[in-house]
Design a protein around this ligand. Structure first.
Ligand code: PLP
Length: 374
Protein backbone atom coordinates (compact mmCIF):
# COMPACT_ATOMS: atom_id res chain seq x y z
CA UNK A 1 0.00 0.00 0.00
CA UNK A 2 1.33 3.46 -0.80
CA UNK A 3 1.58 5.80 2.15
CA UNK A 4 -0.92 8.65 2.30
CA UNK A 5 0.46 12.04 1.43
CA UNK A 6 -0.05 13.19 4.95
CA UNK A 7 1.95 10.30 6.32
CA UNK A 8 4.77 11.17 3.90
CA UNK A 9 4.72 14.81 4.99
CA UNK A 10 4.47 14.02 8.72
CA UNK A 11 7.39 13.41 11.05
CA UNK A 12 8.28 9.76 10.42
CA UNK A 13 8.16 8.65 14.07
CA UNK A 14 4.51 9.68 14.62
CA UNK A 15 3.36 6.41 13.07
CA UNK A 16 5.05 4.38 15.78
CA UNK A 17 3.31 6.16 18.68
CA UNK A 18 0.82 3.95 20.50
CA UNK A 19 -2.65 5.24 21.31
CA UNK A 20 -4.18 5.38 24.76
CA UNK A 21 -7.05 2.91 25.14
CA UNK A 22 -9.68 4.66 27.26
CA UNK A 23 -12.60 3.05 29.11
CA UNK A 24 -15.46 2.26 26.70
CA UNK A 25 -18.01 5.11 26.70
CA UNK A 26 -21.53 4.21 27.94
CA UNK A 27 -23.26 5.47 24.76
CA UNK A 28 -21.00 3.42 22.51
CA UNK A 29 -21.61 0.19 24.44
CA UNK A 30 -25.38 0.85 24.56
CA UNK A 31 -25.39 1.36 20.76
CA UNK A 32 -23.46 -1.86 20.26
CA UNK A 33 -25.74 -3.93 22.48
CA UNK A 34 -28.87 -2.34 21.01
CA UNK A 35 -29.87 -0.97 24.42
CA UNK A 36 -31.90 2.26 24.27
CA UNK A 37 -31.80 3.18 27.93
CA UNK A 38 -28.20 4.18 28.72
CA UNK A 39 -29.03 3.96 32.44
CA UNK A 40 -28.95 0.19 32.13
CA UNK A 41 -25.23 0.28 31.39
CA UNK A 42 -22.94 0.30 34.40
CA UNK A 43 -19.59 1.95 33.74
CA UNK A 44 -16.85 0.96 36.16
CA UNK A 45 -13.98 1.58 33.80
CA UNK A 46 -12.47 5.03 34.31
CA UNK A 47 -12.27 5.56 38.07
CA UNK A 48 -14.93 8.29 38.00
CA UNK A 49 -16.87 9.39 41.07
CA UNK A 50 -19.92 7.11 41.48
CA UNK A 51 -21.88 9.87 43.24
CA UNK A 52 -21.57 12.28 40.33
CA UNK A 53 -20.36 15.87 40.47
CA UNK A 54 -20.63 17.84 43.70
CA UNK A 55 -24.13 19.38 43.85
CA UNK A 56 -22.46 22.72 44.60
CA UNK A 57 -20.47 22.42 41.38
CA UNK A 58 -23.65 21.75 39.39
CA UNK A 59 -25.26 24.84 40.84
CA UNK A 60 -22.18 26.94 40.05
CA UNK A 61 -22.20 25.70 36.44
CA UNK A 62 -25.89 26.54 35.99
CA UNK A 63 -25.22 30.05 37.26
CA UNK A 64 -22.14 30.45 35.08
CA UNK A 65 -23.84 29.34 31.84
CA UNK A 66 -24.89 32.87 30.89
CA UNK A 67 -21.29 34.09 31.00
CA UNK A 68 -19.89 31.54 28.54
CA UNK A 69 -19.53 34.10 25.72
CA UNK A 70 -16.50 35.42 27.65
CA UNK A 71 -13.02 33.98 27.53
CA UNK A 72 -11.94 32.39 30.79
CA UNK A 73 -9.49 34.05 33.17
CA UNK A 74 -6.35 32.56 31.65
CA UNK A 75 -4.49 32.88 34.93
CA UNK A 76 -7.24 30.98 36.83
CA UNK A 77 -6.71 33.52 39.60
CA UNK A 78 -9.56 32.55 41.93
CA UNK A 79 -9.15 28.79 41.66
CA UNK A 80 -5.43 29.15 42.38
CA UNK A 81 -6.20 31.38 45.38
CA UNK A 82 -8.67 28.83 46.74
CA UNK A 83 -6.24 25.95 46.21
CA UNK A 84 -3.37 27.90 47.73
CA UNK A 85 -5.41 28.58 50.88
CA UNK A 86 -6.52 24.97 51.13
CA UNK A 87 -3.09 23.43 50.51
CA UNK A 88 -0.97 25.95 52.40
CA UNK A 89 1.20 26.92 49.44
CA UNK A 90 1.50 30.11 47.38
CA UNK A 91 -0.82 30.81 44.45
CA UNK A 92 2.34 31.21 42.35
CA UNK A 93 3.17 27.59 43.18
CA UNK A 94 0.12 26.27 41.31
CA UNK A 95 -0.73 25.90 37.62
CA UNK A 96 -4.16 24.75 36.40
CA UNK A 97 -4.43 22.39 33.47
CA UNK A 98 -6.95 20.83 31.12
CA UNK A 99 -6.94 17.74 33.28
CA UNK A 100 -3.73 16.78 35.01
CA UNK A 101 -2.89 14.90 31.82
CA UNK A 102 -2.26 18.21 30.09
CA UNK A 103 0.15 19.18 32.84
CA UNK A 104 1.96 15.83 32.62
CA UNK A 105 2.41 16.46 28.91
CA UNK A 106 3.61 20.04 29.49
CA UNK A 107 6.11 18.73 32.03
CA UNK A 108 7.47 16.36 29.42
CA UNK A 109 7.73 19.22 26.93
CA UNK A 110 9.60 21.36 29.44
CA UNK A 111 12.18 18.76 30.46
CA UNK A 112 12.48 16.00 27.83
CA UNK A 113 14.03 15.51 24.41
CA UNK A 114 15.66 12.67 22.49
CA UNK A 115 18.80 12.78 24.66
CA UNK A 116 16.96 12.17 27.90
CA UNK A 117 14.89 9.51 29.64
CA UNK A 118 12.25 9.08 32.31
CA UNK A 119 12.24 6.47 35.06
CA UNK A 120 8.89 4.91 35.94
CA UNK A 121 7.44 1.75 37.47
CA UNK A 122 6.61 -0.97 34.99
CA UNK A 123 2.90 -0.95 35.78
CA UNK A 124 2.40 2.69 36.55
CA UNK A 125 0.01 4.97 34.65
CA UNK A 126 0.65 4.39 30.93
CA UNK A 127 0.37 8.10 30.09
CA UNK A 128 3.96 8.66 31.34
CA UNK A 129 5.20 6.35 28.57
CA UNK A 130 3.08 8.09 25.98
CA UNK A 131 4.26 11.59 26.84
CA UNK A 132 7.90 10.45 26.95
CA UNK A 133 7.40 9.05 23.44
CA UNK A 134 5.91 12.39 22.32
CA UNK A 135 9.16 14.03 23.37
CA UNK A 136 11.19 11.18 21.84
CA UNK A 137 12.70 10.48 25.26
CA UNK A 138 13.63 7.02 26.50
CA UNK A 139 11.67 5.12 29.15
CA UNK A 140 13.41 3.17 31.89
CA UNK A 141 10.77 0.79 33.18
CA UNK A 142 11.40 -0.58 36.67
CA UNK A 143 9.80 -3.86 37.86
CA UNK A 144 7.44 -3.55 40.82
CA UNK A 145 7.35 -5.50 44.08
CA UNK A 146 3.94 -6.85 45.08
CA UNK A 147 2.38 -4.56 42.46
CA UNK A 148 3.93 -1.62 44.36
CA UNK A 149 6.55 0.92 43.23
CA UNK A 150 10.02 -0.39 44.15
CA UNK A 151 11.54 2.97 45.05
CA UNK A 152 15.00 1.55 45.84
CA UNK A 153 15.18 -0.02 42.38
CA UNK A 154 13.86 3.17 40.80
CA UNK A 155 16.56 5.20 42.53
CA UNK A 156 19.21 2.84 41.15
CA UNK A 157 17.69 3.07 37.66
CA UNK A 158 18.28 6.84 37.48
CA UNK A 159 21.19 7.57 35.11
CA UNK A 160 22.89 10.62 33.64
CA UNK A 161 20.15 11.00 31.00
CA UNK A 162 17.27 10.89 33.48
CA UNK A 163 15.26 14.11 33.77
CA UNK A 164 12.01 12.93 35.38
CA UNK A 165 11.14 10.10 37.70
CA UNK A 166 7.39 9.43 37.93
CA UNK A 167 5.74 8.07 41.05
CA UNK A 168 2.01 7.40 40.82
CA UNK A 169 0.73 7.34 44.40
CA UNK A 170 -1.66 5.62 44.82
CA UNK A 171 -0.85 3.96 41.52
CA UNK A 172 -3.23 3.42 38.66
CA UNK A 173 -3.91 0.55 37.76
CA UNK A 174 -2.61 -1.41 40.77
CA UNK A 175 -4.21 0.76 43.49
CA UNK A 176 -1.12 0.45 45.68
CA UNK A 177 0.44 3.27 47.70
CA UNK A 178 4.05 3.49 48.88
CA UNK A 179 4.85 3.95 52.56
CA UNK A 180 5.16 7.68 53.34
CA UNK A 181 8.55 7.19 55.07
CA UNK A 182 9.92 5.35 52.03
CA UNK A 183 8.63 8.04 49.71
CA UNK A 184 10.29 10.67 51.86
CA UNK A 185 13.63 8.84 51.86
CA UNK A 186 13.33 8.46 48.09
CA UNK A 187 12.59 12.15 47.48
CA UNK A 188 15.56 13.10 49.65
CA UNK A 189 17.89 10.76 47.71
CA UNK A 190 16.99 11.60 44.11
CA UNK A 191 19.78 13.71 42.55
CA UNK A 192 18.94 17.42 42.21
CA UNK A 193 19.29 17.09 38.41
CA UNK A 194 16.08 15.01 38.29
CA UNK A 195 12.45 16.11 38.67
CA UNK A 196 10.39 13.93 41.00
CA UNK A 197 6.89 13.96 39.50
CA UNK A 198 4.41 12.59 42.05
CA UNK A 199 1.03 11.89 40.52
CA UNK A 200 -1.55 12.11 43.30
CA UNK A 201 -4.74 11.73 41.26
CA UNK A 202 -6.22 9.46 43.95
CA UNK A 203 -4.53 10.78 47.08
CA UNK A 204 -7.65 12.47 48.49
CA UNK A 205 -9.40 9.08 48.53
CA UNK A 206 -7.01 7.89 51.22
CA UNK A 207 -8.00 8.60 54.84
CA UNK A 208 -6.50 12.07 55.52
CA UNK A 209 -4.15 10.74 58.23
CA UNK A 210 -2.64 8.28 55.71
CA UNK A 211 -1.96 10.80 52.95
CA UNK A 212 1.77 11.50 52.66
CA UNK A 213 2.64 15.13 53.33
CA UNK A 214 4.17 15.84 49.93
CA UNK A 215 3.14 19.49 49.88
CA UNK A 216 5.91 20.18 52.37
CA UNK A 217 8.51 19.64 49.61
CA UNK A 218 7.01 22.61 47.80
CA UNK A 219 6.77 24.68 51.00
CA UNK A 220 10.41 23.91 51.81
CA UNK A 221 11.33 25.50 48.48
CA UNK A 222 14.92 24.97 47.41
CA UNK A 223 16.29 21.47 47.66
CA UNK A 224 13.76 18.93 46.46
CA UNK A 225 12.77 19.21 42.79
CA UNK A 226 9.29 17.83 43.38
CA UNK A 227 6.22 18.44 41.24
CA UNK A 228 2.80 17.23 42.43
CA UNK A 229 -0.06 16.48 40.07
CA UNK A 230 -3.66 16.41 41.25
CA UNK A 231 -7.03 16.43 39.58
CA UNK A 232 -10.71 17.29 39.87
CA UNK A 233 -11.53 14.16 37.83
CA UNK A 234 -11.63 11.65 40.66
CA UNK A 235 -12.83 12.50 44.18
CA UNK A 236 -14.31 15.83 43.02
CA UNK A 237 -16.33 14.12 40.30
CA UNK A 238 -15.56 16.49 37.41
CA UNK A 239 -13.78 14.22 34.91
CA UNK A 240 -15.91 15.49 32.02
CA UNK A 241 -14.82 19.10 32.55
CA UNK A 242 -11.07 18.37 32.38
CA UNK A 243 -9.39 20.25 35.20
CA UNK A 244 -6.31 19.35 37.17
CA UNK A 245 -3.40 21.18 38.75
CA UNK A 246 0.29 20.92 39.46
CA UNK A 247 2.00 22.20 42.61
CA UNK A 248 5.72 23.02 42.59
CA UNK A 249 8.07 25.86 43.43
CA UNK A 250 7.27 29.02 41.46
CA UNK A 251 10.25 28.67 39.11
CA UNK A 252 8.88 25.32 37.88
CA UNK A 253 5.36 26.76 37.59
CA UNK A 254 6.75 29.66 35.55
CA UNK A 255 8.24 27.19 33.04
CA UNK A 256 4.86 25.48 32.72
CA UNK A 257 3.12 28.82 32.20
CA UNK A 258 5.44 29.60 29.30
CA UNK A 259 4.59 26.29 27.68
CA UNK A 260 0.80 26.29 28.11
CA UNK A 261 -1.91 27.82 25.93
CA UNK A 262 -3.29 31.11 27.30
CA UNK A 263 -6.83 29.72 27.80
CA UNK A 264 -6.04 26.10 28.49
CA UNK A 265 -8.86 25.60 31.00
CA UNK A 266 -12.44 26.56 30.18
CA UNK A 267 -14.48 29.01 32.24
CA UNK A 268 -17.17 26.47 33.18
CA UNK A 269 -14.53 24.11 34.54
CA UNK A 270 -12.93 26.88 36.63
CA UNK A 271 -16.29 27.75 38.25
CA UNK A 272 -17.18 24.13 38.93
CA UNK A 273 -13.77 23.30 40.37
CA UNK A 274 -13.97 26.17 42.85
CA UNK A 275 -17.37 25.04 44.06
CA UNK A 276 -16.33 21.37 44.25
CA UNK A 277 -13.22 22.29 46.22
CA UNK A 278 -15.42 23.86 48.90
CA UNK A 279 -17.76 20.86 49.10
CA UNK A 280 -16.20 18.91 51.98
CA UNK A 281 -19.41 16.96 52.46
CA UNK A 282 -19.29 15.52 48.94
CA UNK A 283 -15.65 14.57 49.37
CA UNK A 284 -16.38 12.87 52.69
CA UNK A 285 -19.37 10.98 51.26
CA UNK A 286 -17.31 9.85 48.29
CA UNK A 287 -14.56 8.55 50.54
CA UNK A 288 -17.11 6.60 52.58
CA UNK A 289 -18.89 5.08 49.56
CA UNK A 290 -15.56 4.07 48.04
CA UNK A 291 -14.33 2.48 51.26
CA UNK A 292 -17.59 0.50 51.65
CA UNK A 293 -17.44 -0.53 48.00
CA UNK A 294 -13.85 -1.75 48.27
CA UNK A 295 -14.76 -3.86 51.31
CA UNK A 296 -17.68 -5.34 49.37
CA UNK A 297 -15.46 -6.27 46.42
CA UNK A 298 -12.78 -7.74 48.65
CA UNK A 299 -15.32 -9.91 50.46
CA UNK A 300 -16.90 -11.01 47.20
CA UNK A 301 -13.54 -11.88 45.63
CA UNK A 302 -12.51 -13.89 48.69
CA UNK A 303 -15.82 -15.72 48.54
CA UNK A 304 -15.24 -16.44 44.84
CA UNK A 305 -11.65 -17.52 45.43
CA UNK A 306 -10.23 -14.73 43.22
CA UNK A 307 -6.89 -13.03 43.86
CA UNK A 308 -7.01 -9.24 44.11
CA UNK A 309 -4.64 -6.42 44.96
CA UNK A 310 -5.69 -4.47 48.08
CA UNK A 311 -6.37 -0.90 46.96
CA UNK A 312 -5.81 2.57 48.41
CA UNK A 313 -7.78 4.16 45.56
CA UNK A 314 -11.32 3.88 44.07
CA UNK A 315 -10.71 0.84 41.91
CA UNK A 316 -9.47 -2.68 42.37
CA UNK A 317 -7.40 -5.05 40.31
CA UNK A 318 -8.69 -8.62 40.30
CA UNK A 319 -7.39 -11.77 38.65
CA UNK A 320 -10.06 -13.58 36.64
CA UNK A 321 -7.98 -15.86 34.43
CA UNK A 322 -8.40 -14.32 30.98
CA UNK A 323 -8.96 -10.65 31.59
CA UNK A 324 -9.84 -9.68 28.02
CA UNK A 325 -12.49 -12.45 27.88
CA UNK A 326 -13.90 -11.38 31.26
CA UNK A 327 -14.05 -7.79 30.01
CA UNK A 328 -15.93 -8.86 26.84
CA UNK A 329 -18.32 -11.13 28.73
CA UNK A 330 -19.10 -8.41 31.28
CA UNK A 331 -19.71 -5.96 28.42
CA UNK A 332 -22.45 -8.27 27.13
CA UNK A 333 -23.99 -8.04 30.62
CA UNK A 334 -23.94 -4.25 30.35
CA UNK A 335 -21.01 -3.82 32.74
CA UNK A 336 -17.96 -1.92 31.52
CA UNK A 337 -14.66 -2.69 33.28
CA UNK A 338 -11.10 -2.34 32.06
CA UNK A 339 -8.93 -5.09 30.56
CA UNK A 340 -5.31 -4.88 31.69
CA UNK A 341 -3.29 -6.58 28.95
CA UNK A 342 -1.84 -3.21 27.93
CA UNK A 343 -0.24 -3.18 31.40
CA UNK A 344 1.19 -6.67 31.02
CA UNK A 345 -1.54 -8.09 33.24
CA UNK A 346 -3.53 -10.30 30.83
CA UNK A 347 -5.14 -12.26 33.68
CA UNK A 348 -6.59 -9.19 35.43
CA UNK A 349 -9.36 -6.66 35.03
CA UNK A 350 -9.61 -3.35 36.85
CA UNK A 351 -12.97 -2.48 38.36
CA UNK A 352 -13.87 1.02 39.51
CA UNK A 353 -15.87 1.19 42.73
CA UNK A 354 -19.41 2.28 41.87
CA UNK A 355 -22.51 2.90 43.97
CA UNK A 356 -23.62 0.03 46.23
CA UNK A 357 -26.16 -1.03 43.62
CA UNK A 358 -23.66 -0.90 40.75
CA UNK A 359 -21.15 -2.96 42.72
CA UNK A 360 -23.77 -5.64 43.42
CA UNK A 361 -24.69 -5.79 39.73
CA UNK A 362 -21.04 -6.09 38.82
CA UNK A 363 -20.32 -8.94 41.24
CA UNK A 364 -23.49 -10.75 40.17
CA UNK A 365 -22.47 -10.48 36.51
CA UNK A 366 -18.92 -11.50 37.34
CA UNK A 367 -20.18 -14.64 39.11
CA UNK A 368 -22.30 -15.43 36.07
CA UNK A 369 -19.55 -14.99 33.48
CA UNK A 370 -17.01 -16.89 35.57
CA UNK A 371 -19.51 -19.71 36.13
CA UNK A 372 -19.50 -19.18 39.88
CA UNK A 373 -23.17 -18.26 40.31
CA UNK A 374 -24.79 -20.20 43.11
C1 PLP B 1 -7.21 9.59 36.29
C2 PLP B 1 -5.77 9.85 36.44
C3 PLP B 1 -5.26 11.12 36.25
C4 PLP B 1 -6.16 12.28 36.02
O1 PLP B 1 -6.25 12.66 34.74
P1 PLP B 1 -7.06 13.98 34.35
O2 PLP B 1 -6.39 14.37 33.10
O3 PLP B 1 -6.90 14.97 35.44
O4 PLP B 1 -8.48 13.54 34.18
C5 PLP B 1 -3.91 11.33 36.42
N1 PLP B 1 -3.10 10.33 36.79
C6 PLP B 1 -3.56 9.11 37.02
C7 PLP B 1 -2.64 8.05 37.49
C8 PLP B 1 -4.90 8.83 36.82
O5 PLP B 1 -5.35 7.59 37.01
Amino acid sequence: MTKSRFVQIAKPWIGSLSKYEPGRPIEEVARELGIKDVNRIVKLASNENPLGPSPLAMKAMAEAAGRMHRYPDGSAHYLRQDLAAKLGVGADQIVIGNGSNELLELTARVFLDENTNIVMAERAFVVYRLIAALSRAGVVSVPMKNHTHDLDAMLKAIDSRTKIVFVSNPNNPTGTAVEPAKLDAFVRSVPPSVVVAIDEAYVELMPPEQQPDTLRYVREGAGATVMLFRTFSKIYGLAGLRVGYAVATSDAIELMNRMRQPFNVNAMALEAARAALADDQHVERTRRVVREGLAFYENSFREMGLNYVPSAANFILVETGRGRDTFQALLREGIIVRPMDAYGLPAHVRITVGTGEENKKCVKALKKVLGKAK
